[in-house]
Write a protein that binds this ligand. Structure first.
Ligand code: FMN
Length: 657
């Protein structure tokens, strides 16, 4: 018996209905949209969901499985229980999750008035018929009201889907009744203004369909079959419904389900997207207050979700009785081993989600959720079957200790190679270290420290700090393989500046805040410029951002921009688009905007106009080893996700000959 368990409440098993869950940490639904373009999940999906079961999750939820193929799917790629052969697909996922000791949970979904919006899940014109609680115009399309007959048909579709799910091995059904989807549309007094027994002011009426679904599933699968219902505790925007409606919904659910899962928001409101999926600008556990409040009013167990990655906070939430279950979405993408690491006293090794939303953006563009700091995410199938031992052990020289170089060194060492990593400065982390004092980047800094520490502790990695890899040094070391991860340096634009003008690069500005004055102009509205602007504004500076093009550059991570846009407004950044800087003085920047001269007041001017890759320096190393690879920003400056992914994949490929 282990008496000094640090997280006794987090690892206390819980019984929901007749199903035992091994701990209180559930993997909330996160999508895997590589559905072969036709709504069928592949073996990659089974490996993806199975990975978190391998890591110790108690329940692993799939993403949205649509109950009504014809009228419930957002687009053709949405998978659905109604399609021929899909049961076997689903069964593969259930078997994989069960095999590792977690309960496979099937999320049942219907998009209601947002159905048939696009040909694919990746955007496009609304193309088909959609039904909602009442007739209304949505995105220029007339939504048809559901008749009683249609409602009964839909309830049956949920029940049939649950029967299929249970028959192929799912141990719990998760009914999605939040985030703005069909059941949420019925639960909301704003969208459900029907005058019959399925809607209107009385919550009993608005919740009738949801309750009928739960009861119908219990009738078919048994009273003890666990049902989890996901609701939005509040829509979290002015004009949306608030916590009173969340409490009212939860009260209706008493006795009809086994777990009330309290999320937040409505996906139709852009600004609220980063409440549902809290951005890096919000505090840990920012939505738990909703579940805590709801728990006071019901006896059914309650789960919370959103921005959870700190095991101490999660333990406290359960120990204090504020909630019964904690759910994590992105933390499981970033650290599928979270439960096992925490349970075995290795919580310091847990990677903390950056909340950068790279996973979600890439899921929507590539179909697979690529994580900035876990390059295995979206590639679980490859990692599951790979041989752990390499054929031939190599001596590998890694030149550069930024995110790419560190990931390469660790991946190589784990596979048994002897690694020497050289970093020209005195510490690992590269260019990203400049943001170490930025509050919304604290998890990034945590990650850099973790990687650096891991490197220092790995016996088959030799560390050489303050060492630049030159061809002469490489000649001396004689590696079998050289990986050039040299990075990039900030670009400086050729704009005339007076002798007394104060200018510096964004990278320098972080460390020289006191020299900037009260008014700062930043040239460049890419992520580097804007995030610096947000940081400086939080320190009380008046920030103007000057951008030549007519838009911000999201660097491919368009969902992170939802959170950024909210913060730009909140922190009052003054944005100037289609504006070109012409002359810099000690008083500000003279610009041209649509043919007119504009003057922007500033004590100092910061350049955030991109990075100049150290390509020449990297290419100079090309013949310094039999095998040479170029990775990270020295190839072309991109983002953390690209840097860590390439570093990981290339390093894993070494030693095959
Ligand atoms: C990539 C991604 C995909 C998601 N897909 C779904 C989904 O299919 N169904 C759903 O109910 N929630 C989905 N979510 C929301 C998560 O379940 C979770 O509620 C949200 O991310 C907040 O939790 P977190 O801060 O722990 O990530 C998704 C989130 C992410 C990041």
């Amino acid at each position: 018996m282990i008496n000094d368990y640090k997280y006794p409440h987090l690892f206390e098993p819980i019984k929901l209905g007749n199903q035992l869950f091994r701990n209180r940490i559930f993997a909330s639904p996160t999508g895997y949209l590589n559905t072969n373009g036709d709504g069928y999940l592949n073996e990659g999906a089974a490996a993806y969901y199975g990975r978190r079961a391998r890591g110790g999750a108690a329940s692993v939820a799939t993403f949205e499985c649509v109950v009504d193929t014809e009228y419930g799917r957002g687009g053709d790629a949405h998978f659905s229980t109604g399609r021929p052969g899909v049961a076997a697909n689903l069964g593969r996922i259930a078997a994989e999750v069960k095999g590792y000791g977690a309960v496979p949970t099937l999320e049942l979904q219907h998009t209601g008035m947002f159905a048939n919006r696009s040909l694919s899940m990746f955007g496009g014109e609304a193309k088909g018929v959609a039904y909602g609680p009442v007739e209304m115009m949505v995105d220029g399309r007339l939504i048809k009201p559901m008749t009683e007959e249609f409602i009964e048909r839909t309830i049956n579709k949920y029940i049939e889907a649950a029967v299929v799910g249970q028959s192929v091995g799912f141990g719990m059904m998760l009914i999605h009744a939040g985030h703005g989807w069909m059941l949420h549309q019925f639960l909301s007094p704003i969208t459900n203004t029907r005058t019959d027994k399925w809607g209107g002011p009385a919550i009993e009426n608005r919740a009738r369909m949801l309750i009928a679904i739960c009861d119908g599933i219990h009738r078919r699968l048994g009273e003890g079959f666990p049902i989890e219902v996901r609701i939005s505790g509040s829509e979290c925007y002015d004009g949306g419904f608030g916590i009173e409606n969340g409490i009212a919904i939860a009260k209706q659910l008493e006795g009809h389900c086994q777990l009330i899962h309290v999320s937040a928001g409505n996906h139709e409101v852009d600004e609220v997207f980063t409440v549902t999926h809290p951005s890096m600008f919000q505090k840990d556990g920012c939505n738990t207050y909703l579940a805590e409040e709801i728990k006071k009013h019901v006896s059914t167990p309650v789960a919370t979700v959103g921005a959870l990655s700190d095991p101490d906070l999660m333990e406290e939430l359960i120990a204090s009785g504020k909630v019964d279950v904690v759910e994590m979405g992105r933390e499981f993408i970033c650290e599928p081993d979270f439960p096992t690491l925490v349970r075995t006293g290795r919580e310091k090794e847990v990677k903390k989600c950056l909340r950068c939303l790279s996973c979600f953006s890439s899921e929507l563009t590539n179909g697979e959720p690529y994580c900035a700091i876990n390059p295995e995410s979206g590639r679980e199938i490859e990692t599951k079957y790979e041989a752990p031992v390499v054929k031939s052990k190599k001596k590998v020289l890694v030149a550069g200790g930024g995110v790419a170089g560190m990931e390469a060194a660790l991946t190589l060492a784990e596979r048994g190679h002897d690694v020497i990593i050289c970093e020209k400065t005195g510490r690992f982390g590269g260019v990203l270290r400049c943001e170490e004092k930025v509050d919304f980047k604290k998890n990034l800094d945590y990650y850099l420290n973790q990687q650096a520490e891991k490197i220092e502790k790995t016996p088959n990695i030799e560390v050489r700090l303050n060492t630049e890899v030159t061809p002469a040094l490489a000649e001396e070391i004689k590696p079998d393989v050289l990986i050039a991860a040299l990075g990039a340096v900030p670009a400086v634009p050729k704009i005339p500046a007076d002798a007394d003008a104060k200018t510096m690069t964004a990278q320098d500005a972080y460390g020289r805040v006191d020299e900037l004055g009260d008014k700062v102009a930043i040239l460049g509205a890419g992520l580097v410029g804007i995030e610096l602007g947000l940081h400086l504004a939080s320190l009380g500076k008046k920030v103007s951002v000057i951008e030549m093009t007519d838009h911000m550059n999201d660097g491919g991570n368009f969902l992170h921009m939802s959170g950024v846009r909210v913060e730009i407004k909140k922190r009052g950044l003054d944005m100037h688009f289609s504006t070109q800087a012409k002359q810099i003085s000690a008083k500000g920047v003279t610009c041209e905007c649509e043919g007119k001269e504009v003057f922007i007041d500033a004590d100092s001017v910061v350049f955030a106009v991109g990075q100049k890759p150290l390509t020449e320096e990297a290419v100079a190393l090309n013949y310094c080893a039999p095998e040479v690879y170029f990775i990270g920003d020295c190839v072309t400056p991109k983002n953390i996700t690209e840097a860590t992914s390439t570093a990981y994949l290339i390093s894993k490929n070494i030693g095959r000959f």
